[in-house]
Design a protein around this ligand. Structure first.
Ligand code: HEC
Ligand SMILES: [Cu+2]
Length: 339
């Protein structure tokens, strides 16, 4: 069948679906149209009822497919990643949403629920294996993440106790009296001596703000501590374009806020269900002791034996960095005007 003809068939098919009284004769055409485009039906159940069925599918490279998701019990949300930019949004019970797409290279992708649908919500994931029919056994192996590899090489324990062995109730190592203002930090920036390494965004990713605060204190002995804290907050929130931050905020609200809280209070609706408390990113004194690359690694790899899910198969490295940048805005009271 010619290509344009196929498009016409599909168009007719769509019109027919729209009409409740489908004429019998059209059904034959419809079936022909369907034969051209493989449709894979995927049913979405809450995780305690089994999650996605099926939870693994295989498609061929360059094979146009339609994935049709049906919410079977409660409202779910469906997104595809990493790097596919597909978010079908909410699917209410009994409703169906579909996406037609073609994968242009072999690899592994994930479809996942991004609407809170129950305590085990984040376990709702399915795998898409895209295979090359000429070479069905040759799936590209997952590449080790260079950031995580570097942390391991450096001997950093991604799962180390977050508060550096401090017991609950101990005074935090760093005292931050009010939420840091990156906006104020931007205005003070010019009057503070910044050690050269600190100006390097790559260097900042592997050092905690608390460390930089210490460096700034040594080079700016006259400056009040609160000023230096604001300058550091500025430094940690300047690297990302506003559009990127906005996209990360949306990812955060859909995938993280259920546990970590929409404003980073560690108090989302699911926070009570996790064995260990979800980290409160809004706590500046806490977050200032953390390194961006460790946060990145934790998001991609998940916690070891904690309820922190792994997101490495859902998000690209770029999306993960954007999430980290977004986390840094949570303890900050005011962001500077975009440059
Ligand atoms: C099911 C609840 C849950 C969800 C959903 C969740 N987290 Fe977590 N997260 C936790 C818990 C519990 C911890 C603490 C235990 C740990 O670090 O493993 C944690 C820890 C973390 C840490 C480590 C912080 C540190 O100081 O080392 C980061 C970073 C993080 N989460 C980011 C995220 C992001 C980003 C998302 C969404 C993409 C997310 N989390 C979704 C429960 C959750
Ligand atoms: Cu769900």
């Amino acid at each position: 069948m010619e290509r344009r003809e196929v498009a016409a068939w599909v168009a007719v098919g769509l019109i027919v679906i729209g009409l409740p009284s489908a004429v019998l004769g059209y059904q034959h055409w419809l079936r022909l149209a369907a034969a051209e485009q493989r449709v894979i039906d995927i049913q979405a159940y809450a995780p305690e009822r089994g999650g996605f069925a099926p939870d693994a599918i295989r498609v061929a490279v360059n094979e146009p497919v339609t994935l049709r998701f049906a919410a079977m019990d409660v409202t779910h949300g469906v997104a595809l990643g990493p790097g596919l930019g597909v978010d079908l949004g909410h699917i209410d019970p009994g409703k169906v949403k579909e996406i037609s797409l073609t994968f242009d290279r072999p690899g592994t992708y994930t479809y996942y629920c991004n609407t809170w649908c129950g305590p085990d919500h984040w376990r709702m994931r399915g795998t898409i294996q895209v295979i090359d029919p000429a070479n069905p056994d040759l799936l590209p192996a997952a590449q080790p993440d260079p950031v995580i590899a570097a942390l391991i090489a450096e001997g950093v324990d991604i799962d180390a106790q977050h508060d550096a062995g401090r017991k609950h109730g101990d005074a935090p190592a760093l005292i931050i009296e009010r939420p840091p203002s990156a906006q104020r930090g931007a205005t003070l920036f010019g009057s503070v001596t910044i050690p050269p390494e600190v100006s390097d965004p790559a260097w900042r990713r592997s050092h905690p703000p608390a460390h930089v605060l210490e460096l700034l204190r040594q080079t700016n002995r006259q400056a009040p501590q609160a000023d230096l804290i604001d300058v550091v907050a500025y430094l940690w929130t300047t690297d990302t374009a506003p559009e990127t931050l906005a996209a990360a905020e949306s990812l955060y609200n859909k995938n993280c806020a259920a546990c970590h809280g929409q404003t980073g209070g560690g108090d989302g609706p699911a926070a009570g269900t996790t064995a260990e408390k979800p980290v409160a990113f809004a706590d500046a004194a806490y977050l200032f002791e953390r390194r961006s690359d460790v946060l990145y690694a934790k998001i991609r790899r998940g916690g070891m034996g904690t309820d922190m899910p792994n997101f490495g198969t859902l998000f690209t490295p770029e999306e993960t960095w954007a999430l980290v940048e977004y986390l840094w805005t949570l303890p900050v009271s005011a962001l500077p005007e975009p440059r």
